[in-house]
Design a protein around this ligand. Structure first.
Ligand code: PLP
Length: 396
């Protein structure tokens, strides 16, 4: 008889993030709506964007779609690593601006950072010790559990360390870092990231750095990329995305950087980059050609994209002020679209969630769903429309 994937089965039996959201969070909101049909609910739970795409991106998408409809301009499969023009634009328009020199062959275009998170772990052995921030963006943990890794340690992120964890106490092989952080809204300074890069170099570890919220950084002292830190190309993979930077959550486009200089035990420079190419060729044959044309356009109009990001940042500023005026302690919300709300003393995350839903009709995500250190907190996303922010403020 056919056997099942035990790792998947174990995840299925436990509460995955998606299940907790579906079975408890959405159900609670639906039940509340059913018994309070006159109430308008303000969904500030999802990290999904709401602002339309920049006009130049739309024009590029229309043009690319039109070309697909004509014999002379039709194109099919592209390069599996991603359209070379897009990879060049990622190097020249995105990284060069931060003073970083990367080569297109070090960039792997993906259909979003979410799947890149899953794909990247396929490069590493199952015996590696993994360090994860707690609280954490759940796919890092779940992708590793699904693959069968079980040596996992947690780096606590709390008010005391301003949501930037201390270095691991013992040797770990892979450290996942996400800055600007989802869910805590935290950001890491150059010195803090340098300490992790130095650790990784000293211990022959690697860092997987999720930078999908990089363009929310307005403070010039906060690095947008791990490669702003000297030596990081020797020890870090970076994951990027067009989702929050240009409104591509539905179009699906991201990238991973696997630098040639990065080596693992018994690999030579360039080998891991080549392994990534092979792994990508096994899993999929490149991202949608339409989305990639949109990505090239987005990188040619970064100012327009930034205006959208600034709109969300203003949402965050307004809403954080409102929450604080209401008496709540808040973190994040600057250089980051997420506000990490601390519930009153003694209240757990679900109680904070219920209070905000029942009293102000505002829906966030209980911090405990992101890990035990998230207990007592609630994550609010400000990637919504300004009208929602204003109405939610009135309810407060
Ligand atoms: N990484 C983090 C930290 C995120 O918050 C998200 C989405 O919310 C992703 C990755 C996934 O991004 P994408 O839409 O590119 O798959």
């Amino acid at each position: 008889m056919t056997t099942k994937n035990q790792n998947l089965s174990k995840l299925f039996a436990s509460d995955t993030f998606a299940d907790m959201v579906r079975n408890k969070l959405i159900k609670t909101v639906e039940d509340y709506k059913a018994s309070n049909p006159q109430k308008e609910i303000h969904m500030m739970a999802w990290g999904d964007t709401s602002y339309p795409l920049p006009a130049k991106v739309v024009a590029a998408l229309v043009d690319a779609a039109t070309k697909l409809g004509h014999q002379s301009t039709y194109t099919g499969y592209g390069e599996l690593e991603g359209n070379i023009k897009l990879r060049e634009a990622i190097c020249n328009n995105y990284y060069k601006d931060c003073g970083i020199d990367l080569k297109p062959e070090e960039i792997f275009v993906s259909d979003g950072a979410h799947s890149a998170t899953f794909d990247i772990q396929a490069l590493f052995g199952l015996d590696n010790v993994i360090a994860l921030q707690d609280p954490i963006y759940p796919p890092y943990l779940e992708a590793n559990l699904l693959a069968g890794r079980n040596k996992i340690i947690y780096l606590e992120c709390n008010e005391v360390n301003n949501f930037v964890p201390e270095l691991p106490q013992s040797k770990v092989d892979i450290i996942y870092l996400c800055f600007p952080n989802n869910p805590t809204g935290g950001v890491a300074t150059k010195e803090q990231l340098k300490a992790f890069v130095d650790y990784a170099i000293n211990y022959n570890s690697i860092i997987i750095f999720d930078a999908v919220y990089s363009t929310f950084i307005t403070d010039p002292n906060i690095p947008k990329s791990i490669y702003e830190i000297e030596g990081a190309t020797k020890c870090a993979i970076e994951i990027g995305s067009f989702s929050k930077m240009a409104g591509f959550t539905g179009l699906r486009l991201g990238w991973s950087v696997v630098p040639v200089a990065l080596t693992l035990e018994s690999t030579v420079p360039g080998e891991l980059t080549e392994m990534c190419r092979i792994s990508q060729s096994i899993r999929f044959w490149g991202a949608s050609n339409l989305a990639q044309q949109g990505g090239i356009a987005a990188l040619s109009c970064q100012q327009e994209c930034q205006e959208i990001v600034n709109y969300y940042l203003e949402n965050a500023r307004i809403f954080k002020e409102g929450l604080e005026a209401f008496g709540l302690t808040c973190f994040g919300g600057t250089n980051n679209p997420y506000i990490w709300v601390k519930g009153p003393e003694g209240m757990n995350s679900w109680e904070v969630f219920n209070q905000l839903l029942f009293k102000a009709n505002i829906v966030g995500i209980p911090g405990s769903l992101f890990g035990s250190s998230g207990e007592g907190f609630l994550r609010l996303s400000t990637l919504c429309r300004r009208e929602n922010i204003e109405k939610a403020m009135q309810n407060l």
